[in-house]
Design a binder for this molecule. Structure first.
Ligand code: ADP
Length: 571
């Protein structure tokens, strides 16, 4: 082994550490002095490290630490810290037994395994200045040159401020959530409390239209229409509340755009004809047959734009153009929809406000046009959530063009049948329901027979109205006011149709549907179940369909809807 030459070692060190020796002549310094300078140099660096830095020997006995550790214990010199054991440190620092145990166990584990333990959040400990401190600690083993563990270095970062901020944030989040929940509950209750009597008024008014003489008929009709307008306005306001208080995730599905445009055409054709306007649809035949996207979203957008075009146009035409953008790819169709009219137009300086909520350029007190100034705001939000864009081009007195760009995925599925119940206010407009078809075919045999209907409705006014509507369609109705009674009354084959309220006091409507399907299991019977509900959402509707319900109608049930349902199922 090469003999250790202390003089040359000290010479090398003093050269290497020239910068810490300063102006002194290193050749005149003793080797002890040079080593003392070097050690104190490193101790100084360690002592000003942020956080608490300390190192222990392989028995967990304190060897050294930085200034922050001394401050925490209130020690003036390192000598007070040296030699302390876990329990002694805990006693001096007034730590909880849990904190001492955690410190000891983690340190011994690092010594035993030779593996670091990083970023461990420790139980809080008191500082001598009275604060309670939270530390995030990493403990790393120290090795001798032969690889044996000779101790541990611990680095603890004070995360008290972060913890306090986190706790404050959590508290405010909880408070905000509680406030939002009570707001949502309030709106849900109010919605129910307003809509139920309003639906009653509309329903009774509609019933009266079938019973009153010519003279009084108009009163009932105008009562019904006013109620309907109020209900629509209320629904729009609720929709805004929903849009502003939850993330709208548009449900995507496979759909055929051509069918959707046909629906829009059929829906507006009578109104457009009455106003003696021309109606054109230009469809770019390069558009793939089936797309994936929010069918409900695009339907809503077109409904609103074409509705406005009809409302604000008195002479000329309304045109819907749908074209495929050149930037489309094999898998993505970028589609541009233009709804154009030759109506009253929108002044240039007003075009930027029409997408704001409650904006109406011609106020309601002028009585010229009906509306609530909400539609464009809602569809603007819809278009944004579908990652699209909407713009307006318009000239006062000449007409308007609303341009919507929307991206869709191209679907490879090619077998979606067109909707048959398309003009019902049903959510299941485009669903393919095999049971639906099955029951329809079977019901063809029941033609001309008086239809037997089980009507499940707990609200007695609504029950009275629905019963009267269905009875006026020559149906034989068994009304019940609970799910339990419905299940008692029901047996497979007994009814041709079930109208089922979802919000029932005991067993809920969706469960009643499931139990009916269970009763029919192993029989040839399959009764169409039509849900009646005031609250619809894509998720809820999917759930209802999965429970065996064929179709979902938004309350209140109108005679027209009831007739369509009864006709559709060939009762
Ligand atoms: P509403 O039609 O219920 O008032 P919208 O949000 O759909 O609410 O429209 C806001 C306003 O924008 C309308 O009140 C009208 O002043 C103007 N507007 C919308 N579409 C047209 C259009 N096609 N022609 C002329 N003005 C329009």
């Amino acid at each position: 082994m090469e003999e250790l030459n202390l003089d040359s070692l000290i010479a090398t060190l003093s050269h290497q550490y020239r910068h810490i020796i300063g102006e002194q002549d290193e050749t005149k310094l003793s080797s002890e002095k040079i080593i003392e300078y070097i050690v104190s140099y490193y101790e100084d660096i360690l002592s000003c490290m942020p956080g608490n830095v300390y190192w222990l020997d392989k028995n967990g006995v304190a060897v050294g630490c930085n200034r922050n550790v001394l401050d925490m214990f209130g020690f003036k010199s390192l000598m007070k810290f040296k030699g302390l054991k876990f329990e002694e440190m805990g006693r001096i620092g007034n730590w909880s037994p849990e904190a001492i145990k955690g410190f000891k166990n983690d340190t011994l584990e690092v010594i035993e395994t030779g593996k670091s333990k990083l970023n461990i959040e420790e139980p809080p400990i008191p500082h001598r200045d009275g604060r309670i401190i939270f530390f995030l600690t990493s403990r790393v083993p120290l090795f001798d040159p032969t690889g044996n563990v000779i101790g541990v270095v611990g680095i603890s970062i004070d995360i008290t401020e972060l913890k306090n901020t986190q706790a404050a944030l959590k508290k405010s989040k909880e408070q905000a959530e509680a406030a939002s929940l009570s707001k949502s509950e309030f709106v849900a209750n109010m919605s129910h409390d307003v809509k139920t009597p309003l639906s009653g008024i509309i329903g009774i008014a509609e019933l009266l239209t079938y019973r009153l003489n010519e003279e009084n008929l108009e009163f009932a009709q105008s009562l019904m229409m006013s109620g309907q307008k109020l209900l629509n306005f209320f629904d729009n306001c609720l929709e805004i509340f929903k849009l502003e208080n939850s993330d709208i995730a548009m449900v995507t599905e496979h759909f055929n755009l051509k069918y959707l445009l046909n629906e829009i055409h059929d829906l507006f054709q009578p109104a457009i004809k009455t106003k003696k306007l021309a109606f054109q649809i230009h469809y770019d035949h390069r558009i793939p047959d089936y797309l994936i996207g929010s069918r409900a979203g695009i339907y809503r957008v077109l409904l609103n734009l074409v509705g406005n075009a009809v409302k604000f146009t008195h002479i000329g035409f309304i045109k819907i153009s749908v074209s495929l953008n050149e930037k489309s790819t094999q898998s993505k169709a970028l589609i541009t929809f233009i709804v154009e009219d030759t109506g009253i137009g929108i002044a240039k300086n007003k075009q930027h406000i029409i997408f704001d909520r409650f904006t109406r350029l011609i106020p309601s007190y002028k009585g010229t046009y009906e509306g609530s100034g909400i539609g464009l705001y809602i569809i603007h939000t819809f278009v944004q959530s579908m990652r699209g864009e909407i713009h307006v081009n318009s000239e006062e007195g000449k007409g308007s063009q609303f341009i919507v760009h929307l991206p869709f995925e191209i679907s490879l599925v090619n077998e979606i049948s067109p909707t048959k119940l398309n003009d019902l206010t049903t959510i299941n407009e485009n669903s393919e329901n095999k049971n639906h078809e099955r029951s329809r075919n079977k019901k063809i045999d029941a033609l001309k027979k008086t239809a037997r209907i089980l009507l499940v409705e707990d609200n007695l006014t609504a029950q009275l109205i629905e019963n009267a509507l269905l009875s006026s369609l020559n149906c034989q109705v068994d009304p019940v006011d609970s799910g339990e009674k419905a299940l008692e009354m029901f047996s497979p084959g007994k009814y041709d149709l079930v109208f089922l309220d979802i919000g029932l006091p005991g067993i809920q409507g969706d469960m009643v549907a499931k139990l009916i399907r269970k009763m029919e299991h192993d029989t040839e019977q399959h009764v169409p179940i039509i849900a009646l509900t005031a609250h619809t959402s894509d998720d809820a509707n999917k759930h209802y369909l999965s429970m065996g319900i064929e179709n979902i109608l938004k309350k209140p049930l109108s005679r027209e809807q009831a007739k369509k349902i009864v006709d559709y199922y060939s009762l």
